[in-house]
Structure formats: C-alpha cells, structure tokens
Design a protein around this ligand. Structure first.
Ligand code: G
Ligand code: MN
Length: 269
C-alpha cells in the first residue's frame, strides 16, 4: 500500500539513515520497448523504500531529503550496487540497456564518472549499456557544470538521458549543446496523449526536435493500445508504461524476460 504523505510526519535524516542501514530500499525494473519492432530495448531501475510503519515511499519524497542531508552518496551507491547485481545475475538482462536515475547534485562531483566507471569495470559491465537518467530540472540547476559533467561521462562511454522532460524549466539551447543520447518525455504526457491535443503536439514537437539532433525520444505512461499506436505512428523511439509492464521485482522481471515475446505479441499492429 502506498502511504498518504499528508497523514504522517515528513521524512527525517534519521529515518533515511535507518532505512539505508536496515536494508529497506529495493529496486523495481520496468522494461522499455523499441518501437520499430517492439523489441525489448532495456530496463529502468526504480528505487522504492519499504518503510516498516509508513509503507512504500516514492523517490520524489526521499531523494530531496537525501540530497539535503548528504545521504545521496550512500543511496546512489546502494542503487548502483543493486542494479548492477541484478543486471549480472538476471538471465537475458545483459545485452539490453540499464537505465538508472541519478541526482544531478551527485553527478556534479568531479570524481563521479571515474567512480562509476570503476564499478562497471569491477562488475564487467560495458559502460555503453548504462544510461544515466538526469531530470531536466536537475540539469537546469547544474546548467553551468552540465557540459563538463556530461562530457566526462560520455568520455567514459556512458549514455545520458534527460528525464521528466516537459514539466519544468527548460532550455532547448542548452539541450542542443549537450551530448545527450535520449530525451524521456514526462509520464504525464503519455498518460494524456489520447485525450489532449496539447500533449500530442508537445510529444510530436519533441520527436522532431530530438531527431534533428540525433537524440532518441522515449515516452512513458503508455497505458493503452491507442496511445501505443499513436506514439508509434509519429516516430517516437521507445515506449514504456503499464500496458507493457508495471515496474517489477527482480524475480518478476526474470519471468517477464523469459516470456516477453508471448506477453508483448498482441501489442504490435
Ligand atoms: O520519470 P521516470 O521515467 O523515472 O518515472 C518512472 C515512474 O513512472 C515510475 O515510478 C513508474 O511507476 C511510473 N510509471 C511508469 N509507467 C507508467 C504508466 O504507464 N502510468 C503511470 N501512471 N505511471 C507510470
Ligand atoms: Mn527515470
């Protein structure tokens, strides 16, 4: 059950510390399909906090606390460690991409790309299969550092995606200049695509913009077949959403990978 944020006290540093020490964080995995043939492109790892009293707490609530209290470093380590272990031990995961959400604040650390590269090297994971997702808002916050930060990461072979695109402050000029591989349009646009002309216009404009800079465009929030068909018809590159699969536990994801052709065969029309 998801807990109601307003019915309980807000998260403190002590809560977060106890959660990290107590192993209360785990990852869910959500597949992303390539629109061309609806093949599996890769997975996004999504952090969840299962609090013993408050229930499930989402990243939108605990990440800001982690950033303010300096616990973001430990949380990042924990997420990368779990995601890489999943990638190495889940049959069929390798060869596909692995997207991980990163705090722009954590990324701005000068040594970050070396740190991540070293973990990849030790785990024998190719850096070019790892996609770092940074929110558009986070990128804007770090706008002065973003270019050097992204250059260092790309220099190490990693891929970069701009997440939650379209809901915050934005600069197309900045985006054009940065070495970005993928734009992920905010889930809210995918959810509204069949009912809102405005959402459709924005998605279409983003596809045109992205493609003119050789940037792939992904849309989440795909909850029905009409949305999938529409996105496919306008040239969106990647799709994810509840129609394809909800975020899954590690065990569920292994089952999904095994049976994915059967599970997705009706989506392709
Ligand atoms: O922005 P980002 O791609 O990191 O967001 C992923 C979040 O969106 C996850 O928490 C996931 O649960 C949610 N999500 C993924 N697909 C869907 C969907 O089809 N509908 C809705 N409502 N939420 C989704
Ligand atoms: Mn994301």
């Amino acid at each position: 059950m998801m807990s109601n944020e307003s019915s309980r006290p807000s998260i403190t540093q002590a809560d977060l510390q106890a959660g990290i020490d107590g192993g209360q964080f785990s990852l869910r995995y959500q597949p992303k399909l390539d629109f061309e043939l609806l093949n599996l492109k890769g997975f996004e790892a999504l952090a969840r906090w299962e609090h013993p009293i408050y229930g499930q707490i989402m990243p939108s609530e605990f990440i800001p606390v982690a950033e303010e209290t300096g616990l973001i470093g430990r949380l990042t380590e924990l997420v990368v460690d779990q995601a890489f272990r999943w990638y190495k031990t889940t049959p069929g995961a390798q060869g596909h991409s692995l997207s991980i959400n990163f705090s722009a604040k954590r990324l701005s650390n000068l040594d970050f790309s070396n740190w991540l590269y070293e973990i990849c090297r030790r785990a024998a994971i190719r850096p070019d299969t790892v996609i770092l997702e940074i929110t558009e808002a986070g990128m804007m916050e770090q706008r002065l550092l973003a270019h050097d930060m992204f250059d260092r990461l790309r220099g190490r072979g990693f891929q970069i995606a701009i997440d939650d695109y379209g809901v915050g402050p934005s600069s197309k000029l900045l985006l054009q200049r940065l070495p970005i591989n993928e734009i992920k349009i905010d889930t809210s646009f995918g959810i509204k695509a069949t009912t809102s002309q405005e959402a459709r216009d924005f998605i279409k404009a983003t596809v045109d913009f992205g493609h003119s800079y050789k940037i792939k465009v992904a849309v989440g929030g795909v909850e029905d077949q009409d949305t999938l068909n529409y996105l496919r018809s306008i040239g969106v590159d990647y799709a994810y959403g509840f129609l394809i699969s909800r975020p899954m536990t590690a065990e569920q994801s292994a089952e999904w990978i095994l049976h994915r052709r059967q599970l997705t065969k009706n989506l392709l029309f």
